[in-house]
Design a protein around this ligand. Structure first.
Ligand SMILES: Cc1cc2nc3c(=O)[nH]c(=O)nc-3n(C[C@H](O)[C@H](O)[C@H](O)COP(=O)(O)OP(=O)(O)OC[C@H]3O[C@@H](n4cnc5c(N)ncnc54)[C@H](O)[C@@H]3O)c2cc1C
Length: 443
């Protein structure tokens, strides 16, 4: 059965997901588990983008010793199974919302962090020669109805006026002529940065870079207990224990439910589901009008995201089941296929070759928090947008551990707020899905 962070005690003994990405790489041998008693300066729990890159920046920029403990094999978590959209932004809050809440200066500061995040990923790919199939740049945000078209236009104007970035607005006919014949589109906003990658290749690339810096990385090493003993932390795994001066919790949505008071009940794990079609034929490409490999997302509350992959398969994602026990229920994949066919009727009968799910971590205040205090830190709550921001978060975490000051921004200032009725999170989520579905359809 699939791991469910709100129900199961630990995320270990889990295979890699049966994803399209897993078919594109040769699976490496597992690295040795932590064995016996070891010591380090910084223990990092979780070997996804956040954990690997925190180790990378600690070693490469600050010469601080770290050790990474991963419960399964690197590539197991969200980092190896996501849609691979490298985007400016994280969380769910819009820039005009931020400006209302915190003012323009702070909003610009956050925008700069998100912009740096994308540049950081580009730089890592280039500097370390990570072959992860980057696609041409461009991010299309599709208005799913007439009202959303107006809201998108306002967002485009806001970005152009206050954040100094070009945002292009496309009418339905311009979208059709240059990008796709999407039957659900009322126009689109196109941003110049943002691009698609193969996330598993990127994750394994980061792993290789961390190993090249001689940072110890242990797989099949689930942390089952985290104890504070005097000035040290003791992390206990099945075969060993790690004594550390500081700990970074980088398990994201896969963090077990009772792990540490600093993170427990502070995020909501939500399932996202992806399907990948058989390669589109020339006739199907012509019928859908798909002429672009840029990344696409719509404006629904329950968003759909999609892109044409290098071999002309269509990747199409959206929300999955609520609980881990239903994660593999075929009806969620079928629901996605039907939403895809609403956009591109020519794909109604296309074969679905891959269908998988993964957990994302939502924050109560819709914003990621990179928080480090004293001898522990975490970065959590990317709300399904962590491919780029995890790089910036990891850099900021490493900086803070090294004693440097972080920009005075809400992203870095406060811990994640606790969900008030943590046990009722799933009921709230279910009610929200029904409300959002109605709003998406009828407003
Ligand atoms: C289906 C899907 C599609 C997505 N699409 C996108 C996208 O297109 N663009 C985007 O920006 N974001 C996307 N995301 C979100 C993105 O993948 C995540 O934000 C990001 O990968 C989080 O990285 P991470 O390193 O923090 O966590 P993860 O990659 O989830 O890694 C956490 C790791 O911690 C390990 N772990 C947990 N507990 C323990 C423990 N006790 N001991 C040892 N190890 C432990 C887990 O095994 C896991 O490997 C998507 C997510 C999903 C699920």
């Amino acid at each position: 059965m699939s791991y469910d962070p709100l129900l199961n005690d630990f995320p270990d003994r889990q295979p890699w997901p049966d994803s399209y990405w897993a078919t594109t790489v040769t699976r490496p041998e597992s690295l040795p588990a932590l064995n016996g008693r070891r010591q380090t300066d910084v223990a990092i729990v979780g070997g996804g983008f956040t954990g690997l890159l925190t180790a990378y920046y600690l070693a490469s920029e600050f010469n601080i010793e770290a050790r990474v403990l991963e419960a399964n094999q690197v590539g197991f978590g969200a980092s190896g199974r996501n849609a691979g959209f490298v985007l400016k932004g994280s969380g769910r809050m819009g820039y005009s919302q931020m400006a209302k809440k915190w003012g323009m200066e702070t909003t610009r500061g956050i925008y700069d962090e998100f912009s740096q995040a994308v540049r950081r990923v580009e730089q890592l790919i280039k500097q370390h020669d990570i072959a992860c199939d980057p696609q041409p740049k461009g991010y299309l945000k599709i208005a799913h109805n007439a009202k959303a078209y107006g809201t998108l236009k306002a967002a485009a104007n806001f970005i152009a006026e206050h954040l100094g970035d070009d945002a292009e607005f496309l009418t339905p006919s311009e979208l059709k002529a240059a990008y796709m014949d999407n039957h659900q589109a009322y126009g689109a906003l196109r941003l110049n940065d943002g691009f698609g990658v193969n996330p598993l290749k990127l994750c394994l690339g980061y792993k290789r870079v961390v190993q090249s810096l001689s940072v110890p990385l242990h797989e099949e090493s689930c942390v089952r207990a985290w104890l504070k003993e005097g000035a040290h932390h003791r992390l206990v795994t099945d075969k060993g224990e790690l004594i550390a001066r500081r700990v970074v919790s980088a398990g994201n949505a896969y963090t077990p439910k009772h792990f540490n008071a600093a993170v427990d009940s502070r995020y909501l794990p939500i399932l996202s589901n992806i399907i990948v079609t058989a390669p589109l034929s020339e006739a199907q490409l012509a019928a859908t009008g798909l002429k672009t490999h840029q990344v696409v997302m719509d404006t629904r509350r329950l968003k759909y995201y999609y892109r044409l992959l290098g071999d002309n398969r269509l990747l199409f994602g959206g929300r999955g089941a609520i609980s881990g026990k239903d994660a593999r229920d075929p009806r969620y994949g079928e629901r996605l296929k039907s939403a895809m066919a609403d956009c591109f009727p020519a794909l109604t009968d296309i074969a679905i070759d891959h269908n998988w799910t993964g957990w994302i971590a939502a924050a109560l205040d819709d914003m990621p928090h990179v928080y480090s205090k004293g001898d522990m830190g975490y970065s959590l709550g990317y709300c399904g947008a962590g491919v780029a921001f995890s790089a910036q978060a990891a850099y900021r975490l490493a900086q803070h551990i090294a004693g440097e000051r972080l920009p005075d921004l809400p992203l870095y200032r406060t811990p994640l707020p606790k969900f008030p009725f943590a046990r009722l999170r799933r009921l709230g989520q279910s009610a929200y899905y029904q409300y959002a579905w109605l709003r998406d359809r009828y407003s």
